[in-house]
Design a protein around this ligand. Structure first.
Ligand code: T46
Length: 131
């Protein structure tokens, strides 16, 4: 399974906490895009796609959600509930995000710009692609 959980160092002092994300340093790629998902309604499942080449790191900077991963031979469920835990997903992994808490903010770092041509949104095409 082409995924990896990264522990980001929590910096801070008596005032509170801080995490710094730096491309090609603690983030293992050059960051070209950052987006965040919030306000996802209870019971909604999102994702339902794989990427051909994109590398991403998903961090629940607030609240929590679950991520279902499928690389064509194995599946895995990951709970993201800590702002210092990053889930790296590279390329051909089918992903679905669900069980978002009301306060969930899912931050995503990506190594490339948005490109709809990099998405495989049809599950049958994904199965063909991973063969
Ligand atoms: C992923 C998971 C974790 C843009 O215009 N620019 C962007 O950078 C993104 C990410 C999306 N969009 C548009 C495309 C759709 O019209 O925003 C709309 C919602 O995107 P989508 O339905 O793909 O969102 P999710 O939550 O299903 O998936 C997203 C990412 O698209 C995807 O790369 O891995 O989060």
């Amino acid at each position: 399974m082409n995924e990896n959980l990264i522990d980001f160092q929590i910096l801070g002092d008596e005032r509170g906490s801080l995490i710094s994300l730096e491309g090609t340093k603690n983030v293992p790629f050059d960051i070209k895009r950052v987006y965040y998902i919030f306000g996802t309604k209870m019971g909604v499942r999102r994702g339902f796609h794989a990427h051909k080449n994109l590398q991403q790191i998903l961090i629940a900077v607030n609240g929590s959600c679950k991520v279902h991963l499928n690389d064509g031979s194995q599946t895995r469920e990951v709970i993201l509930s800590k702002p210092n835990k990053g889930l790296q997903i590279n390329g051909l992994v089918w992903r679905e995000m669900y069980d978002f808490t009301d306060d969930c903010v899912l931050l995503v770092l990506a190594n490339n710009y948005y490109d709809e041509d990099d998405y495989i949104r049809d599950y049958e095409k994904f199965v063909e692609a991973v063969k």
